[in-house]
Design a protein around this ligand. Structure first.
Ligand code: DGL
Length: 280
């Protein structure tokens, strides 16, 4: 199955192999995608941009999210990346087409990846999707899933409290458990066998969500699905970095907020070494 719809093979891409993969998000949540990429593609250079000055995007208007997304894409394209990865579900949901129209390099995004994994995983064709209000209101997951299999029934739920709870580090906290019970009860009642974690922050509370929905529900972590899709594209287009050197990772942010290092390292699962503050 081809996931990177809309991009024909571009022969000029072959001289781009040592260039970095550009990954971006509204904040540090996209580091869950970087983490999955580092594991799946250990020789690839990565430049990350997190818009820490303007996060959260999930409660902003479509117009604002589009404007911010294009600014970030332009910034990464100036860094001459060979591939753009929209790690933020909210940006992928509302701004993906605009980013693709702008970008001369392939654009991958978490929603296509998560939708394809969910369709591959479901047995009873009843899928739940959780995400920020902007992602859920956009219906992007429902559209992407229906395109792949129109027999699937989809039940979506916005979980606006999850992002701040995760940023607080309350992965197992009672408050998070109560919020999760409230949000997940109606989705679970629909008899789903698959649940898409449609937000960068949710993989960090995966064990809690798993406990609430039960073992019969398969959780789709879009970060892992994204890394798999990126590996597929890099392989198919022979874009893999052949240098064999240990890769360079650069983390660009628009602000260095309170507890940035600690929270960032939780998302990344390792030390955040090279962090640069940039203005767009
Ligand atoms: N990165 C966002 C997402 O995946 C979550 C944080 C935000 O609201 O900006 O939807």
């Amino acid at each position: 199955m081809t996931f990177w719809r809309g991009y024909e093979k571009d022969e000029t891409m072959n001289d781009k192999t040592e260039q970095a993969i550009g990954v971006f998000d509204s904040g540090i949540g996209g580091l869950t995608v970087v983490r999955a990429l580092m594991e799946r593609l250990p020789f690839e250079n990565i430049v990350y941009f997190g818009d820490t000055a303007r996060v959260p995007y999930g409660v902003k208007s479509v117009e604002t999210i589009n404007r911010y997304a294009l600014q970030i894409a332009e910034f990464l394209l100036k860094k001459d990346v060979k591939l753009l990865i929209v790690a933020c579900n909210t940006m992928a949901a509302v701004a993906c087409q605009a980013i693709r129209d702008l970008s001369p390099v392939p654009v991958l995004e978490v929603i296509g990846a998560g939708a394809a994994s969910a369709v591959g995983a479901t047995q009873n064709k009843i899928i739940g999707v959780i995400g920020t209000p902007a992602t859920i209101n956009s219906n992007a997951y429902a559209r992407a899933i229906s395109l792949l299999d129109h027999d699937v029934r989809i039940f979506s739920q916005a979980c606006p409290l999850f992002v701040p709870l995760v940023e607080e580090g309350w992965f197992e906290h009672e408050a998070t458990r109560l919020a999760a019970l409230e949000y997940l009860k109606p989705v679970k009642a629909e008899g789903i066998d698959t649940l898409v974690l449609g937000c960068t922050h949710y993989p960090l509370i995966k064990p809690l969500i798993a406990e609430i929905v039960g073992p019969q529900v398969r959780l789709i972590d879009s970060a892992e699905a994204m890394a798999e899709e990126a590996a597929g594209l890099i392989n198919a287009r022979q874009l893999g970095n052949p240098s064999g050197r240990s890769p360079d990772y650069l983390f660009c942010v628009s602000d260095v907020p309170y507890r940035f290092q600690t929270i960032g390292e939780r998302f990344l699962g390792r030390t955040l070494a090279r962090v640069e503050m940039v203005r767009l």
